[in-house]
Write a protein that binds this ligand. Structure first.
Ligand code: FAD
Ligand code: SF4
Length: 510
């Protein structure tokens, strides 16, 4: 008799997958909590708890629906903590005739599963996860030899799906992009709703992780775990976002504020990346909500759709087009270690202190905190992209390599030399001061470049331009910066270099 074993990885919790549309006695699903996955990088404790809780809830639901499930808990004695070994043992012991898996999103697991095919003496079949709007290879096929451009890819997906499109085939409202109307700082009197938090008791899981000796980063309140742990809660979070935040999303997408850790952001990246939420249902729900609510602007909805349909699918395409070489790119030849305060938040730089502390507390920071505070500083400080990647991959609840590395190494660190980012995302204190209230409470002075209390972002910014002059001066998007540098007095330049070098020397103590 045919006996199928189907593998479900921790980030493949898509209950609407066609696998689950009918129940068969001949099919058993395999899910595993493994040291292989908890240990490939030091993860935030909340990230491990979120994945394990959601996996457990998913397995329980499958069993309730009548499916057969083998679930290996972290402390099961038969758990060998390694995907290859566990699958080999389960296939053999269970007398399975076929092994099926869903195509993983990480290169590491893709390779491991491909190798596993040769080690198993049964038929091996892989399937699509039915999650993304595009296929792994679509971006490469779409652009061919041309440069990858998120905007073109995004427009094509919108056209194909008729999202925010007029009947004439033109974008609704006549424009594809409303960035100019978006991206404002938060006004002083703007009310910000408290983010929806779940309060799960995860004490047992936290104890299990700690007694297993798994090294983690960050903090957790075991009696008040805030992240969703099943699809219904992910949908609740999405609804909360649509009802309470979407209206202000676009406008304050880039704003930062010391009183608020998520502002009007959706916090659905964990739900999406674990596949409990499907991007199509997210976009459909958001557009329906926009249609039913006149007070939501086209700029707000377009800003949101652009992230889910544009950036998310685009980054996945870049990952599959460029791996495995992508993971070792270091165009700017940065070699410095990550400053120690990235692990503690102990720095006098208010913007970094705030972004890092909230990351340690919630395993979350929003896009501009990741890009223009922690990412910006790491780039200005010349940190090796491996260390930057390691930090981002560990600390965020939503960090899976396909989307973490493209954002970190590519968008934030310019380590790929601009495969899709047209210039490095760097800024002096000026931008941070414009978009946040951090500078007003900071030990450093955001206006100064080379006094004792000068903001480190300022001298490091100019020093970055000086150091990478030969590589970047001909980039037309950097022309303004380099012409300002060219017009700078020699003495000013030399003071800036002195200050930057001094700051770099004592970087752990800034
Ligand atoms: P919202 O701002 O509410 O956006 C809605 C959704 O759009 C997100 O949930 C996400 O799925 C998608 N999205 C938005 N921006 C991006 C983007 N640049 N790339 C891909 N999808 C996007 N995102 C991850 O999902 N995992 C990561 O590991 C990750 N690492 C990042 C590292 C750096 C250095 C930077 C600059 C960005 C990173 N991002 C990552 C992208 C982005 O910051 C997060 O997707 C976002 O902050 C998640 O929070 P949210 O759900 O509240 O997002
Ligand atoms: Fe950050 Fe500089 Fe502003 Fe301080 S002054 S918050 S270090 S940008």
């Amino acid at each position: 008799m045919e006996k199928k074993l189907r593998l479900i990885l921790g980030d493949q919790l898509n209950s609407n997958h066609s696998w689950f549309s009918s129940v068969h006695d001949s099919v058993t699903y395999l899910m595993m909590e493994m040291r292989q996955e908890t240990d490939y990088v030091n993860h935030h404790i909340q990230k491990i708890v979120a994945f394990f809780s959601s996996m457990r809830a998913f397995a329980e639901q499958l069993e309730k629906d009548g499916h057969r499930v083998i679930y290996l808990y972290l402390d099961d004695t038969e758990n060998q903590q390694d995907l290859t070994k566990n699958v080999q043992a389960v296939v053999k012991d269970g007398g399975f005739t076929t092994f099926e898996y869903l195509l993983p999103d990480e290169y590491r697991l893709d390779q491991q599963l491909a190798l596993l095919q040769d080690k198993l003496e049964v038929e091996v079949i892989n399937h699509d996860t039915e999650h993304f709007l595009t296929k792994r290879e679509d971006l490469d096929t779409f652009f061919g030899e041309k440069n990858y451009l998120m905007e073109t890819f995004y427009r094509n997906i919108r056209k194909e799906n008729g999202w925010l499109m007029g009947e004439d085939g033109k974008p609704e409202g006549g424009k594809w992009n409303y960035d100019k109307e978006n991206r404002k700082a938060l006004p002083q009197d703007k009310e910000v709703v408290d983010p929806l938090k779940f309060n799960h008791d995860v004490s047992d899981l936290v104890k299990l992780i700690s007694s297993a000796g798994i090294q983690t980063i960050g903090n957790v309140d075991p009696q008040n775990f805030i992240w969703p742990k099943n699809r219904n809660e992910c949908l609740e979070l999405l609804q909360f976002f649509l009802q309470e935040c979407l209206v202000d999303y676009g406008k304050y997408q880039d704003a930062m504020h010391s009183d608020y850790w998520s502002l009007f952001h959706a916090r659905i990246s964990f739900g999406l990346n674990s596949k409990m939420l499907h991007p199509r249902e997210v976009v459909d729900a958001a557009i329906n909500h926009y249609r039913e609510n006149n007070h939501i602007s086209l700029a707000a909805i377009e800003g949101f759709v652009r992230q889910v349909v544009g950036w998310r699918e685009f980054m996945r395409g870049v990952y599959w087009a460029k791996m495995p070489g992508y993971s070792s790119l270091n165009e700017l030849e940065n070699q410095n270690p990550l400053p120690a305060f990235y692990w503690t938040g102990e720095t006098r730089m208010e913007c970094l202190k705030h972004a890092i502390r909230q990351s340690l507390d919630y395993a979350y920071a929003h896009h501009i905190q990741r890009l223009m505070v922690t990412g910006n500083f790491a780039l200005l400080a010349g940190v090796h992209p491996d260390f930057v990647d390691e930090w981002y991959l560990g600390i965020y609840i939503d960090a899976i390599e396909w989307v973490e590395m493209t954002n970190t190494r590519g968008m934030s660190q310019f380590a790929d030399g601009g495969i899709f980012a047209t210039k490095p995302y760097i800024s002096s204190a000026n931008y941070i001061n414009k978009m946040s209230n951090y500078c007003s409470g900071c030990y450093y002075n955001h206006k100064e470049k080379h006094t004792d209390s000068a903001c480190p972002f300022n001298s490091l910014y100019w020093y970055f331009l000086i150091r990478h002059h030969d590589k970047l001066v001909s980039n037309h998007r950097m022309r303004m910066m380099y012409s300002r540098l060219a017009n700078m007095k020699k003495s000013e330049k030399s003071n800036i270099v002195k200050q930057a070098e001094n700051y770099l020397k004592k970087i752990d103590n800034l």
